[in-house]
Design a binder for this molecule. Structure first.
Ligand SMILES: NC(=O)CC[C@H](N)C(=O)O
Length: 428
C-alpha cells in the first residue's frame, strides 16, 4: 500500500551499462559499475571511496571497483568460490596461483585474518574480487584486517563490484582471463589487450609454488579443532609428501593420524623417495594445468606399484595421467565448500570442499582403474582407485580447509581411509 517492493538492493547507476547477457568477445568494451568513478587520490576512504580500480575481462567487459590491498596491474584467470567463509585459507591455498578469486558470498573481511589459518607461507593468487568489504573486523583470533594483510603481501583486491553478474558470466561462458588495475594511466583497451594475450593453459605453475628443498613437517591439528583423530597421536607411518603446492591442513591432518612426514619439492627424484623407504607417498594439490607438468607425471609413474600412494586434486590428476588417462579443462571448475560427492563404494554422499578447473576424463582411463567418487553436480570424476597398485586419489579436498568435515569422518573419513587402505586393510 503505497510501498514499493524492494528486492535485492544493489545500487546500480542506470546510466552506466550493465548487462545480464554477456557480450561475446569482441573488440568493443562494455563498462559496468556500481560506484561512480574517482581518481585514486586516497582522500576518499571506504565506504565513501570512489571507484579507483578496474577489472577488464577478456570478453570486453570493464568492471569499475574500489581497490584495497596492493595497487598496480595484474593479469589472471577469474574463478568464483562459493564458500561462505574461509577467505584466509583460500588466499593462502597455493592452488590459486595465477587466478583471481571472486567470492560469491557478498560480505568478506568481517573476521579479519589470524595467525593460525594460513594454508601456506604466502599468498600465491593473483587477486581477490569481492562485493562488500567489511568496514570493521571482529573475531577473538583476529590479528589484522584483510586489507592490511593483502597490502603487506602485495596482493590486489577490489570490492564494490557486482560479483553476481560476473559469476553469471563465468557460469554461462566459462572461465575468463582478466586484468585488474589501479593504474589510471592505462586505457581500458590496453588492459583488454593484455587479458587477451595471456593464457593459463599449458603453463607449469607448480614449480613456482613448490618448496625448494625437503623438510620435516611437525605441526598437528590443535586439539581444540581436532574433530576426529581416533587417538592416533604416535608417529607410526613414514610418509613422503610431494609438494606441488601443498596445503598445510593436509599435513596437519596426516600428522594427527600418526604420520611422520617429509615434504619434498615437485622435482624430487622418485629414486630418492624410494630410497627413503616410506610407508606411503602423498601427491599434493597444486595450481594450473596438470597436462603441463609431464616431469611430475613421470615421477608419479616411477613410484606407482612400489609403495602405496594417495593423490589430492593436482595429485589425483597426475595419478590419472600416470595411469594412462587424460585431463581436460572444465567450463568454470569447482571452487567452494558445498560440493556433493557420491562415494560409489558405499553409496554415501559427502559434502566436500573443492578447488579445481581441470578433471580426469574417466573414459580415457585403462581397464582396472576404478572411479570411486562422482561429483553429483555434474557427474565428473571425483575419485579414483587402482587396488592392484595401491592407488587412491580424490579430486577434492578431504582436509576441508575451509570446508565441511564429511570426508574426514566415519566410514568416509578419507584421510583415515588413506591410512587404513595403505597400512592395514588395503587388499595388497
Ligand atoms: N586444488 C588443486 O590441486 C587444483 C588442481 C588443478 N590446478 C586444477 O585447477 O584443476
Amino acid at each position: 500500500m503505497g510501498m514499493k517492493a524492494v528486492g535485492f538492493s544493489l545500487r546500480i547507476n542506470p546510466s552506466i551499462c550493465f548487462t545480464q547477457n554477456p557480450p561475446k568477445p569482441s573488440s568493443k568494451l562494455v563498462r559496468c559499475s556500481l560506484t561512480p568513478d574517482g581518481a585514486a587520490t586516497g582522500l576518499a576512504e571506504r565506504p565513501w571511496k570512489l571507484a579507483d580500480a578496474r577489472l577488464v575481462l577478456e570478453d570486453g567487459s570493464v568492471w569499475r571497483a574500489k581497490s584495497f590491498g596492493a595497487s598496480g596491474t595484474q593479469v589472471g584467470e577469474v574463478v568464483f568460490n562459493t564458500s561462505l567463509t574461509g577467505y584466509q585459507e583460500i588466499l593462502t591455498d597455493p592452488s590459486y596461483a595465477g587466478q583471481f578469486v571472486l567470492m560469491t558470498n557478498p560480505h568478506i573481511g568481517n573476521t579479519g585474518v589470524n595467525f593460525d589459518d594460513e594454508e601456506s607461507s604466502q599468498c600465491f593468487l593473483a587477486g581477490l574480487v569481492i562485493r562488500s568489504l567489511s568496514i570493521n573486523t571482529s573475531n577473538w583470533r583476529c590479528a589484522e584486517t584483510l586489507g592490511d594483510y593483502l597490502a603487506e603481501r602485495n596482493i590486489m583486491g577490489i570490492y564494490d563490484v557486482d560479483t553476481r553478474a560476473i559469476t553469471r558470466r563465468l557460469r554461462q561462458d566459462g572461465s575468463l582471463i582478466g586484468v585488474l588495475s589501479t593504474e589510471q594511466s592505462k586505457p581500458d583497451e590496453e588492459l583488454l589487450e593484455m587479458s587477451r594475450s595471456w593464457d593459463i593453459v599449458g603453463i607449469d605453475l607448480i614449480s613456482g609454488v613448490s618448496c625448494k628443498s625437503p623438510y620435516e613437517w611437525v605441526d598437528k591439528t590443535k586439539s581444540e579443532w581436532d574433530f576426529n583423530s581416533n587417538g592416533r597421536d604416535r608417529e607410526t607411518y613414514r610418509v613422503i609428501a610431494y609438494d606441488f603446492g601443498i596445503k598445510h591442513n593436509i599435513l596437519r591432518r596426516l600428522a594427527s593420524y600418526g604420520c611422520q612426514i617429509t615434504v619434498v619439492p615437485s622435482t624430487w627424484p622418485a629414486a630418492e623417495t624410494l630410497k627413503m623407504k616410506p610407508d606411503g607417498v602423498l601427491f599434493s594439490n597444486g595450481p594450473g594445468d596438470p597436462s603441463a607438468v609431464p616431469y611430475a607425471v613421470e615421477t608419479v609413474k616411477e613410484i606407482l606399484g612400489k609403495v602405496p600412494v594417495f593423490g589430492i586434486c593436482m595429485g589425483h590428476q597426475l595419478l590419472g595421467q600416470a595411469l594412462g588417462g587424460k585431463t581436460f579443462k572444465m567450463k568454470f571448475g569447482h571452487h567452494g565448500g558445498n560440493h556433493p560427492v557420491r562415494n560409489l563404494r558405499n553409496g554415501h554422499v559427502e559434502i566436500s570442499a573443492q578447488n579445481h578447473n581441470y578433471a580426469v576424463d574417466p573414459a580415457s582411463l585403462p581397464e582396472g582403474v576404478e572411479v570411486t567418487h562422482v561429483n553429483l553436480n555434474d557427474r565428473s570424476c571425483a575419485g579414483l582407485a587402482y587396488p592392484s597398485l595401491n592407488i587412491m586419489s580424490l579430486q577434492y579436498h578431504p582436509e576441508a580447509s575451509p570446508g565441511p568435515h564429511d570426508s574426514d569422518c566415519g566410514e568416509n573419513f578419507v584421510l583415515h581411509l588413506i591410512l587404513t587402505y595403505w597400512f592395514s586393510v588395503f587388499p595388497f
